[in-house]
Ligand binder design. Structure first.
Ligand code: C2E
Ligand code: CA
Ligand code: CA
Ligand code: CA
Length: 277
């Protein structure tokens, strides 16, 4: 039952699904979109359960297609990975995110920005140097950046990503193990990589208060993260019940529609000013 729910949840993930037909795009069209600045960063807040304070924002990329409207990442990230465009895409998303984080800081909100990286980004050994340069150019401390890592598929070369992540951590960049609890992240990774944050997949969060098996997985994940000295984040906090349930269990950060959906950059300052739990 639980597995069925999680799988169903995953399929319901992208907002445009169901409402619009799924189009397919060519790698060449996507390459042009990246070059022409058609990809836009939206940001979803992460807030502290205990105080309600805003801790940071996760970058969620969208494609603002001139004809097809706002396309969710599930419809072009896999293409970017298959076609080798993911390196360019990630680097462009990351530079923009750091620029925005710098602007928030200049407005008096020095908040951490999280960027999703694909495993394919972590097979190039020069990625840590790229990140360091981008931080320097934006004038952001390494701890102001968090990279969220999801294992999207089996790696031909699993060792380079471990080394790349270790080098990033040595530079003090935050590392989050994303979608924890799904097949995409594994306990083995926790042994090998010094993650600073554990992000529990929304499949174990939303509705856990009324489902004994979700609750068990959730509590075990929180306990383990604590023992490993990692910060805990719950994604998919959709309603007051989810919020209260996780807050009482000592989860540190909340993300989800109960707080806010991903916002375009121009709405962030107003959102922070208006936000109260
Ligand atoms: P993710 O990293 O697990 O991001 C969370 C997804 O859940 C986002 O979908 C977000 O809009 C959605 N979400 C947030 N709160 C809630 C909630 O309360 N309930 C529900 N049902 N959903 C919620 P989105 O923006 O469509 O992104 C989908 C996935 O695309 C992301 O999953 C991430 O894996 C990937 N992605 C997004 N941006 C990037 C990027 O720049 N690079 C890479 N490599 N992947 C990205
Ligand atoms: Ca993520
Ligand atoms: Ca996630
Ligand atoms: Ca997820």
């Amino acid at each position: 039952e639980t597995l069925k729910r999680i799988l169903a949840d995953d399929q319901a993930q992208s907002p445009a699904q169901g409402s619009k037909e799924r189009k397919t795009y060519s790698a060449e069209r996507l390459r042009r979109a990246i070059a022409d600045g058609e990809l836009v960063n939206h940001y979803q807040p992460k807030v502290e359960f205990a105080s309600g304070a805003v801790a940071g924002f996760e970058t969620l990329v969208r494609w603002r297609h001139p004809q097809d409207g706002l396309i969710p990442p599930d419809q072009f990230i896999p293409l970017a990975e298959e076609s080798g465009l993911i390196n360019e895409l990630t680097r462009s998303v990351l530079r923009t995110a750091l620029r925005h984080a710098r602007a928030w800081g200049d407005d008096g909100y020095p908040l951490q920005v999280a960027v999703n990286v694909s495993m394919d980004n972590l097979v190039s050994l020069d990625f840590p140097d790229f990140v360091e340069r981008a931080l320097g150019e934006a004038g952001i401390a390494a701890s102001g950046l968090l990279l969220e890592v999801t294992e999207s598929r089996l790696m031909k070369d699993p060792l380079t990503p471990l080394e790349v992540l270790a080098r990033l951590r040595l530079k003090r960049v935050g590392l989050s193990i994303d979608d924890f609890g799904t097949g995409h992240s594994s306990l083995a990774q926790l042994r090998d990589i010094p993650f600073s944050e554990l992000k529990i997949d929304r499949g174990f969060v939303h509705g856990a208060w009324r489902d004994a098996s979700l609750r068990a997985i959730l509590e075990a994940s929180l306990g383990m993260a604590r023992q490993l000295g990692m910060k805990t984040v719950a994604e998919g906090v959709e309603d007051r019940e989810d919020w209260d349930f996780l807050r009482i269990r000592g989860c540190e950060l909340a993300q989800g529609w109960f707080i806010a959906k991903a916002l375009p950059p121009e709405q962030i300052a107003d959102w922070i000013a208006d936000w109260e739990v």
